[in-house]
Design a protein around this ligand. Structure first.
Ligand code: PAF
Length: 283
Protein backbone atom coordinates (compact mmCIF):
# COMPACT_ATOMS: atom_id res chain seq x y z
CA UNK A 1 0.00 0.00 0.00
CA UNK A 2 1.27 3.46 -0.84
CA UNK A 3 0.74 6.53 1.34
CA UNK A 4 0.27 9.86 -0.46
CA UNK A 5 0.08 13.27 1.19
CA UNK A 6 -0.04 15.38 -1.94
CA UNK A 7 -3.24 16.10 -3.90
CA UNK A 8 -1.60 16.04 -7.37
CA UNK A 9 0.11 12.71 -6.70
CA UNK A 10 -3.22 11.30 -5.51
CA UNK A 11 -4.98 12.48 -8.69
CA UNK A 12 -2.23 10.97 -10.89
CA UNK A 13 -2.53 7.55 -9.25
CA UNK A 14 -6.33 7.49 -9.26
CA UNK A 15 -6.49 8.66 -12.91
CA UNK A 16 -4.10 5.87 -13.91
CA UNK A 17 -6.39 3.31 -12.29
CA UNK A 18 -9.43 4.87 -13.92
CA UNK A 19 -7.77 4.80 -17.37
CA UNK A 20 -7.14 1.09 -16.79
CA UNK A 21 -10.92 0.71 -16.29
CA UNK A 22 -10.64 -0.03 -12.57
CA UNK A 23 -13.48 0.84 -10.21
CA UNK A 24 -12.43 2.89 -7.19
CA UNK A 25 -13.84 2.57 -3.68
CA UNK A 26 -13.19 5.09 -0.93
CA UNK A 27 -13.32 4.99 2.88
CA UNK A 28 -12.79 8.38 4.55
CA UNK A 29 -11.62 8.24 8.18
CA UNK A 30 -10.04 10.35 10.88
CA UNK A 31 -7.55 7.59 11.70
CA UNK A 32 -7.06 5.73 14.98
CA UNK A 33 -8.55 2.84 13.12
CA UNK A 34 -10.25 -0.21 14.64
CA UNK A 35 -12.04 -3.32 13.37
CA UNK A 36 -15.11 -1.23 12.48
CA UNK A 37 -13.07 0.81 9.98
CA UNK A 38 -11.39 -2.27 8.55
CA UNK A 39 -14.82 -3.81 7.93
CA UNK A 40 -15.61 -0.74 5.77
CA UNK A 41 -12.41 -1.35 3.76
CA UNK A 42 -13.54 -4.94 3.20
CA UNK A 43 -16.92 -3.75 1.93
CA UNK A 44 -15.19 -1.36 -0.51
CA UNK A 45 -12.92 -4.22 -1.58
CA UNK A 46 -15.92 -6.41 -2.43
CA UNK A 47 -17.32 -3.74 -4.77
CA UNK A 48 -14.16 -2.27 -6.29
CA UNK A 49 -10.84 -3.29 -7.80
CA UNK A 50 -9.04 -0.42 -6.02
CA UNK A 51 -9.57 0.89 -2.50
CA UNK A 52 -8.47 4.32 -1.26
CA UNK A 53 -8.70 5.30 2.42
CA UNK A 54 -8.07 8.74 3.86
CA UNK A 55 -6.83 9.66 7.31
CA UNK A 56 -7.46 13.31 8.13
CA UNK A 57 -8.47 14.70 11.51
CA UNK A 58 -10.74 17.42 10.19
CA UNK A 59 -10.52 20.56 12.35
CA UNK A 60 -13.73 22.14 11.03
CA UNK A 61 -15.99 19.41 12.38
CA UNK A 62 -14.83 19.86 15.99
CA UNK A 63 -16.40 22.51 18.23
CA UNK A 64 -14.20 24.85 20.29
CA UNK A 65 -14.57 22.70 23.44
CA UNK A 66 -14.24 19.33 21.68
CA UNK A 67 -11.38 16.87 21.45
CA UNK A 68 -9.60 18.03 18.23
CA UNK A 69 -6.17 18.40 19.84
CA UNK A 70 -6.38 15.23 21.93
CA UNK A 71 -7.93 13.11 19.15
CA UNK A 72 -5.53 10.13 18.89
CA UNK A 73 -3.15 10.28 15.88
CA UNK A 74 -1.78 6.79 15.17
CA UNK A 75 -0.73 6.92 11.51
CA UNK A 76 1.96 4.19 11.58
CA UNK A 77 -0.43 1.68 13.15
CA UNK A 78 -3.25 2.76 10.81
CA UNK A 79 -0.99 2.19 7.79
CA UNK A 80 -0.24 -1.37 8.90
CA UNK A 81 -3.90 -2.14 9.54
CA UNK A 82 -5.05 -0.64 6.22
CA UNK A 83 -2.45 -2.61 4.26
CA UNK A 84 -3.53 -5.81 6.01
CA UNK A 85 -7.20 -5.04 5.25
CA UNK A 86 -6.45 -4.76 1.52
CA UNK A 87 -6.32 -1.00 1.03
CA UNK A 88 -4.30 0.10 -2.04
CA UNK A 89 -3.70 3.75 -1.24
CA UNK A 90 -3.80 5.86 1.90
CA UNK A 91 -4.36 9.58 1.37
CA UNK A 92 -3.05 11.42 4.45
CA UNK A 93 -3.15 15.15 3.65
CA UNK A 94 -2.18 17.99 5.99
CA UNK A 95 -4.53 20.85 6.92
CA UNK A 96 -3.07 23.19 4.26
CA UNK A 97 -3.82 20.66 1.50
CA UNK A 98 -7.44 20.32 2.59
CA UNK A 99 -7.98 23.99 3.46
CA UNK A 100 -5.78 26.07 1.10
CA UNK A 101 -7.32 29.33 2.39
CA UNK A 102 -7.12 28.25 6.05
CA UNK A 103 -9.81 26.89 8.33
CA UNK A 104 -11.28 30.19 9.53
CA UNK A 105 -13.44 30.90 6.45
CA UNK A 106 -13.46 27.94 4.06
CA UNK A 107 -16.08 27.50 1.36
CA UNK A 108 -18.67 25.55 3.31
CA UNK A 109 -21.20 22.93 2.27
CA UNK A 110 -24.45 23.23 4.19
CA UNK A 111 -26.78 20.24 4.10
CA UNK A 112 -30.23 21.23 5.41
CA UNK A 113 -32.90 19.32 7.38
CA UNK A 114 -31.18 16.03 8.34
CA UNK A 115 -28.31 17.92 9.99
CA UNK A 116 -30.53 20.07 12.19
CA UNK A 117 -31.85 17.92 15.09
CA UNK A 118 -29.92 15.73 17.57
CA UNK A 119 -26.17 16.08 16.88
CA UNK A 120 -26.93 19.31 15.01
CA UNK A 121 -28.34 20.83 18.22
CA UNK A 122 -25.54 19.66 20.49
CA UNK A 123 -22.64 20.12 18.04
CA UNK A 124 -23.44 23.29 16.07
CA UNK A 125 -21.37 23.46 12.87
CA UNK A 126 -20.31 19.81 13.10
CA UNK A 127 -22.14 18.60 9.99
CA UNK A 128 -21.08 21.63 7.94
CA UNK A 129 -17.50 20.58 8.75
CA UNK A 130 -18.22 16.96 7.83
CA UNK A 131 -20.09 17.78 4.60
CA UNK A 132 -17.39 20.25 3.56
CA UNK A 133 -14.46 17.91 4.11
CA UNK A 134 -16.26 14.94 2.55
CA UNK A 135 -17.12 17.03 -0.54
CA UNK A 136 -13.44 18.03 -0.82
CA UNK A 137 -12.27 14.44 -0.35
CA UNK A 138 -14.77 13.24 -2.97
CA UNK A 139 -13.41 15.84 -5.42
CA UNK A 140 -9.82 14.83 -4.73
CA UNK A 141 -10.31 11.06 -4.83
CA UNK A 142 -13.20 10.95 -7.35
CA UNK A 143 -14.34 7.50 -6.25
CA UNK A 144 -17.10 5.44 -7.85
CA UNK A 145 -18.28 4.31 -4.43
CA UNK A 146 -17.75 5.39 -0.82
CA UNK A 147 -18.44 3.47 2.38
CA UNK A 148 -19.67 5.03 5.64
CA UNK A 149 -20.50 3.33 8.95
CA UNK A 150 -24.06 3.13 10.28
CA UNK A 151 -22.65 3.97 13.73
CA UNK A 152 -22.72 7.67 12.70
CA UNK A 153 -26.31 7.42 11.52
CA UNK A 154 -27.00 11.14 11.10
CA UNK A 155 -23.68 11.56 9.25
CA UNK A 156 -24.69 8.77 6.84
CA UNK A 157 -28.03 10.52 6.10
CA UNK A 158 -26.15 13.80 5.64
CA UNK A 159 -23.75 12.27 3.11
CA UNK A 160 -26.60 10.60 1.22
CA UNK A 161 -28.43 13.91 0.96
CA UNK A 162 -25.22 15.72 -0.10
CA UNK A 163 -24.54 13.23 -2.87
CA UNK A 164 -28.12 13.10 -4.15
CA UNK A 165 -28.75 16.85 -4.03
CA UNK A 166 -25.41 17.77 -5.66
CA UNK A 167 -25.81 14.93 -8.19
CA UNK A 168 -22.39 13.52 -7.35
CA UNK A 169 -21.78 10.30 -9.33
CA UNK A 170 -20.80 8.33 -6.22
CA UNK A 171 -22.60 5.31 -4.82
CA UNK A 172 -22.86 5.43 -1.02
CA UNK A 173 -22.73 2.08 0.77
CA UNK A 174 -23.43 1.69 4.50
CA UNK A 175 -21.45 -0.63 6.78
CA UNK A 176 -22.97 -2.18 9.91
CA UNK A 177 -21.78 -1.12 13.35
CA UNK A 178 -19.27 -3.50 14.91
CA UNK A 179 -19.69 -4.08 18.64
CA UNK A 180 -17.54 -5.27 21.53
CA UNK A 181 -18.80 -8.48 23.15
CA UNK A 182 -20.67 -6.42 25.78
CA UNK A 183 -22.56 -4.55 23.01
CA UNK A 184 -20.55 -1.31 23.11
CA UNK A 185 -20.32 0.13 19.58
CA UNK A 186 -16.71 0.27 18.40
CA UNK A 187 -15.42 3.83 18.28
CA UNK A 188 -12.06 5.59 18.37
CA UNK A 189 -13.37 7.51 21.38
CA UNK A 190 -13.79 4.30 23.44
CA UNK A 191 -10.12 4.50 24.28
CA UNK A 192 -10.82 7.54 26.45
CA UNK A 193 -12.92 5.23 28.70
CA UNK A 194 -11.57 3.62 31.88
CA UNK A 195 -12.14 -0.17 32.18
CA UNK A 196 -15.09 0.47 34.53
CA UNK A 197 -16.57 3.05 32.14
CA UNK A 198 -16.27 0.57 29.27
CA UNK A 199 -18.56 -1.82 31.15
CA UNK A 200 -21.04 0.94 31.97
CA UNK A 201 -20.95 2.16 28.34
CA UNK A 202 -22.53 -1.14 27.24
CA UNK A 203 -25.77 0.15 28.79
CA UNK A 204 -26.25 2.46 25.80
CA UNK A 205 -26.86 -0.51 23.50
CA UNK A 206 -29.00 -2.23 26.12
CA UNK A 207 -31.09 0.93 26.45
CA UNK A 208 -31.57 1.06 22.66
CA UNK A 209 -32.69 -2.59 22.66
CA UNK A 210 -35.24 -1.82 25.42
CA UNK A 211 -36.45 1.22 23.46
CA UNK A 212 -36.93 -0.93 20.37
CA UNK A 213 -38.82 -3.64 22.27
CA UNK A 214 -41.17 -1.10 23.80
CA UNK A 215 -41.83 0.58 20.43
CA UNK A 216 -42.61 -2.80 18.91
CA UNK A 217 -44.90 -3.54 21.90
CA UNK A 218 -46.83 -0.32 21.19
CA UNK A 219 -45.75 1.90 24.15
CA UNK A 220 -45.92 5.71 23.76
CA UNK A 221 -42.79 7.18 22.17
CA UNK A 222 -42.46 10.11 24.62
CA UNK A 223 -42.61 7.77 27.64
CA UNK A 224 -40.00 5.47 26.12
CA UNK A 225 -37.67 8.40 25.44
CA UNK A 226 -37.96 9.86 28.94
CA UNK A 227 -37.56 6.43 30.61
CA UNK A 228 -34.43 5.80 28.49
CA UNK A 229 -32.92 9.15 29.57
CA UNK A 230 -33.76 8.42 33.21
CA UNK A 231 -32.15 4.95 32.97
CA UNK A 232 -28.98 6.49 31.52
CA UNK A 233 -28.84 9.16 34.24
CA UNK A 234 -29.33 6.48 36.92
CA UNK A 235 -26.34 4.56 35.47
CA UNK A 236 -24.09 7.64 35.69
CA UNK A 237 -24.42 9.08 32.14
CA UNK A 238 -25.23 12.66 31.20
CA UNK A 239 -27.44 12.06 28.14
CA UNK A 240 -27.78 14.73 25.44
CA UNK A 241 -30.68 12.80 23.93
CA UNK A 242 -32.36 9.40 23.83
CA UNK A 243 -34.63 9.85 20.83
CA UNK A 244 -36.94 7.89 18.56
CA UNK A 245 -37.08 9.36 15.06
CA UNK A 246 -38.11 8.51 11.52
CA UNK A 247 -35.24 6.54 10.03
CA UNK A 248 -35.32 8.29 6.66
CA UNK A 249 -35.16 11.95 7.75
CA UNK A 250 -34.89 12.04 11.59
CA UNK A 251 -38.21 13.87 11.90
CA UNK A 252 -40.21 13.12 15.09
CA UNK A 253 -41.96 9.74 15.03
CA UNK A 254 -45.45 11.31 15.11
CA UNK A 255 -47.94 8.47 14.90
CA UNK A 256 -45.54 6.19 13.02
CA UNK A 257 -44.67 2.74 14.33
CA UNK A 258 -42.64 1.52 11.37
CA UNK A 259 -39.41 2.81 9.87
CA UNK A 260 -38.12 4.26 13.13
CA UNK A 261 -34.63 4.45 14.61
CA UNK A 262 -33.48 4.98 18.19
CA UNK A 263 -30.53 7.29 18.75
CA UNK A 264 -28.58 8.06 21.92
CA UNK A 265 -25.81 10.53 22.70
CA UNK A 266 -24.52 10.54 26.26
CA UNK A 267 -21.45 11.59 28.18
CA UNK A 268 -19.70 9.21 30.51
CA UNK A 269 -16.96 11.00 32.46
CA UNK A 270 -15.22 13.15 29.86
CA UNK A 271 -16.21 10.96 26.88
CA UNK A 272 -19.19 11.61 24.63
CA UNK A 273 -20.59 8.44 23.07
CA UNK A 274 -23.22 8.00 20.35
CA UNK A 275 -25.04 4.92 19.12
CA UNK A 276 -28.25 4.02 17.31
CA UNK A 277 -30.48 1.09 16.45
CA UNK A 278 -32.98 0.77 13.58
CA UNK A 279 -36.23 -0.56 15.04
CA UNK A 280 -36.89 -3.62 12.98
CA UNK A 281 -38.30 -6.81 14.46
CA UNK A 282 -35.44 -9.14 15.48
CA UNK A 283 -35.29 -12.30 13.31
O1 PAF B 1 -16.71 9.58 10.31
C1 PAF B 1 -15.62 10.16 10.29
O2 PAF B 1 -14.58 9.60 10.68
C2 PAF B 1 -15.54 11.60 9.80
O3 PAF B 1 -16.65 12.33 10.19
C3 PAF B 1 -15.29 11.71 8.29
C4 PAF B 1 -16.46 11.14 7.49
C5 PAF B 1 -14.02 11.00 7.92
C6 PAF B 1 -15.16 13.19 7.89
O4 PAF B 1 -14.08 13.79 8.55
Amino acid sequence: MQTIENADALRRQVSAWRRAGERIGFVPTMGNLHAGHYSLIEIARKHCRRVVASVFVNPTQFGPNEDYSRYPRTLARDQEGLAAAGCDLLFAPDVATMYPFGVAQPVTVHVPVVTEPLEGTFRPGHFAGVATVVAKLFNLVQPDLAVFGRKDYQQLLTIRRLVTDLALPIEIVAGDTLRETNGLAMSSRNQYLSPAERETAALIHQTLLRMRNRVLAGDAVEAIESDASADLVAAGFRPDYAAIRRADDLAPAGGRREGLVGLIAARLGTTRLIDNLPFVRPD
